[in-house]
Design a protein around this ligand. Sequence first.
Ligand code: NI
Length: 167
Amino acid sequence: MAKLDILEFPDPRLRLKAEAVETFDADLKRLADDMLETMYAAPGIGLAATQVNLPKQLLVVDVSEAHDSPLVLVNPELREGRGTEVCQEGCLSFPGVYADVQRKEWIRVQARDVTGRSFELEADGMLAVCIQHEMDHLVGKVFVDYLSPLKRSLLLRKLDKQRRHAG
Ligand code: NI
C-alpha cells in the first residue's frame, strides 16, 4: 500500500467531475486500499478519488472510532434522502478549518464494491453526512460552496493563515 498526495483547495483539479468506473480490477482494489491508508493517516473519515487527483467515481469512508469499518463506494448514486441536519464538517483538502453544513439526515445510496458487485446502503448520522460530502467531491463540489459569501471568505482567510503558520 502507498500513501497518496491529497490536493488542497483551491487546486482546480478539485473541480473536475469524476468519471464512472468501468473496470473492476486489481488496480481499482489497490487504489481503494491506498485511499483508505491515506485517509487513516491524515487522519480523516472520508476521502474521494478526486482529492488524490484521480477523477473516478470512487470514495472511501470510515466513521468508526476504531477504524475498523471501512466502506468503499464505487459509482455511488443517491436514491433517496430525508430530513435535514446541520453538522460541523471538515475536509482533508481544507486542513484545519471547519464549518456547519446542512445535509440530508437519512440517505439511501446505490453503489458498487471494488469487485463490481452492486449494493444498497442506508445511512444516517455522521455516516450519512460523510457520504454526502464525499459524493459532492465526485461532481467537483466542496463543502465551502454551501456557505454564504461572508462565511466562506472568513473561512478561506483562516485557511490561508493556517498555511502560513504551517510554513
Ligand atoms: Ni472533503
